[in-house]
Design a protein around this ligand. Sequence first.
Ligand code: C6P
Length: 426
Amino acid sequence: MLNPKTIQSDFPILNREINSKKLVYLDSASTSQKPQVMIDALTKYYTHTNANIHRAVYTLAEEATLAYEGTREEVRKFINARQMEEIIFTRNTTEAINLVAYTYGSANFKPGDTVMVSALEHHSNLVPWQQICEKTGATLKIVPLCTKPEKQYTLDLEWFKKNADSSLKLLAITQASNTTGTIVPIEKFIEIAHAHNAKVLIDGAQSTPHMPIDVQKINCDFFAFSSHKMLGPTGVGVLYGKRDLLEKMPPFMFGGDMIREVHQHKASWNELPWKFEAGTPNIADVVAFRAALKYLKNIGMGDILAHDQELVTYAKAQLAQHAPDVKIHAPKNSEEMTGIISFEIPGVHPHDIAEIFNSEGVAIRGGHHCAQPLMETLRVPATARMSFYLYNTPEDIDVAIAAIKKVQNIFAPGKFAPQIFSSGAL
Ligand code: C6P
C-alpha cells in the first residue's frame, strides 16, 4: 500500500501555509499538485535541451525531439495503446474531445443519426456534441441516472440497452464523474454500443489519474485525458484513437508540422500522429509529463485507486458520525467511486463553505463543477466538493470535518455543538 505521508514530502507545495494553517489540498479533481521530479524535469528541459522539434538536425533539436517522442511512448505504455501513432498530444481533455467532434463527427454524422452522452458529463464532453449535432442534424440523447434508490448516482445501463439502436453513431461517456465520483462500468456500455456498430469515446479526465487504464482491454475507439490532473504540467492533453479511425479522419488544425507537402494551392497531410499536431506543440510540458507518468507508475495505479477509495470510505463514515445533516451526492458503494465527495450543508451556499474551508487552510471547490445539467438533475444549484489523491491522508479529512463544524456553527450558532478534535484521526 502507498504511504501518503512519505509521498507528501515529494510535493513542495504541500509545505505551504494558508491563513497560518498547514495547507490541506482537497481539489485534485480540478488539478493535481506536482512532485519535485516533474518540476525538475521541466527546469532541466529549459536549462539543457530547449529547441524546436521535428525541424532541425543540430544536437539540441534532436535531443528535444527524442524527449518529446519519449513521452509519447511513455503514454502509450501507460494506457497500453497498440502503437505510438495512436497517441496525439493536445492542450487538454477538452481539446481532445473537440478534435474528435469536429473531425470524426463532422465527417460521419447526418440527420437521422443519434449521438449519446450521459447525465454525468462534464461540459467538455457535452457541449462539443451539442454543437456537432446542431451542425450535422444528428440527434443528441442523454443516458439518464438510475432511479433505483440502491443505484443512486450511477448510470441506467438498462435504459441504454433499450434505446441504443442502429441509428447510434457515437457514445461519448465519462469513465469517472468529476462531481459524484461515480466510476462508470464503461466496458458494458462499449459492448452494447459496438453491437450496434457505434463508436465510443471515453472521457478519461477523472479516471486516468486514479486507476489502471488499458485501452485495448476496454476496447474504446477514442480516449481523452489531461496531464495536469495526474501530476503533470498544465497545457498537455492526450487523445488516444484506434489507428484505422484516425487514418480516415481529416486534420483538426492546419499549418506547420501537420503537412507532408504544400504547394501554392494545395497541401497533403503528415502521417499519424503528427497529422493532428499542427504548429509548435507544448514541447517542454510534454517532456516533463514523462516524469509524472513514471512517478505514478512507480507508486502503482491499482494502489492509488485503493487509497482513494479508502479515503472516500473514511470520509463517508466521518460525515455520517459527526455531521449527519450533511447531504452527500455519491454512490453508496465506495468501490464504485474515485476519490471525490460532493456534499451540501443545508442552508449554506457552497461558495461560503469553500470560503470557510479556506480560512482553515483547506482547498476545496464549490460550484457546479462544469456539470450544470447534472446539477439540474440532482436539483441543486451547486455543491461543495472534496477530492482526494495519493498525497491525502485521513487526517486531512479530519481537518475538513472540523471545517464543516465551523461552517455549521457560523451559519446556525448553537445548533451544532463545537467539537474538540485530537490531532490525527478523530
Ligand atoms: N474538470 C474539475 O474541477 P480539461 O479542463 O480540458 O483539462 O478537463 C476537462 C474535463 C473533462 N472531463 C471531466 C470529467 C473533467 O472533470 C474535466 C475537468 C475539472 O472537475 C475542471 S472543470
